[in-house]
Design a protein around this ligand. Structure first.
Ligand code: GAR
Length: 199
């Protein structure tokens, strides 16, 4: 059983997609051991509680210095003995120490086809605004391993999504989520779980 920790900052629709895939039997050999958020008001925490999953909130605002927050975050993560950490809309940079310790065991979902519209400043709706401003006709989502850069780690899965005439950042975000993110994130976790199960 792959012990997974999901890290979130907002609504948690990607977390929900993982939970739905598990419930439908499309994702097996996986256990969500904890959901961690930097935002105590994140609806994703509610989704976790509704499923009886430990929901932990740890805000940088509760710490006087960044190092103390990062240490506390790593301590929490360590305490759950995770095999895989999934960043599902986690909008905080992962501490360097954590990247090193969990090398090859952290994945992230990003709402574009990396290397387009990624890196510092590209998150959430901003990604879709940039895609529309550039006028691309195809966008999508990427699941990648996390390294010490911003959206620079090895790519695991990608799925393309068509941009349609008259799209707004909101309509495009919705289509990218429904057609790509909610599909490839559970798929990537399943792929890793299968690989681990086979040894
Ligand atoms: C998702 O679109 C995810 O790809 C994005 O934040 C959203 C979170 O939504 N992540 C990034 O932009 C990371 N750079 P959710 O909380 O409903 O899953």
């Amino acid at each position: 059983m792959l012990r997974v920790g999901v890290m979130v900052s907002g609504g948690g629709t990607n977390l929900q997609a993982i939970l739905d895939a598990m419930e439908k039997g499309k994702l097996s050999n996986v256990e969500i051991a904890v959901v961690i958020s930097n935002n105590p008001g994140a609806y994703a925490l509610e989704r976790a509680r509704n499923h009886g999953i430990p929901a932990v909130s740890l805000s940088p605002k509760d710490f006087s210095v960044r190092e103390a927050f990062e240490e506390a975050l790593l301590e929490q993560v360590d305490s759950y003995h995770l095999d895989l950490i999934v960043l599902a809309g986690f909008l905080v940079k992962i501490p360097e120490k954590m990247v090193e310790k969990y090398e090859g065991r952290i994945i992230n979902i990003h709402p574009s086809l990396i290397p387009s519209f990624c890196g510092v400043g590209y998150y959430g709706l901003k990604v879709h605004e940039a895609a529309l401003t550039r006028g691309v006709k195809v966008t999508g989502a990427t699941v990648h391993y996390v390294d010490s850069g911003m959206d620079t780690g090895p790519i695991l899965l990608q799925k393309a999504v068509e941009v349609k005439e008259g799209d707004t950042p909101e309509t495009l975000q919705k289509r990218v989520m429904e057609e790509a993110e909610w599909v490839i994130l559970p798929e990537a976790i399943g792929w890793i779980a299968d690989r681990e199960a086979k040894g």
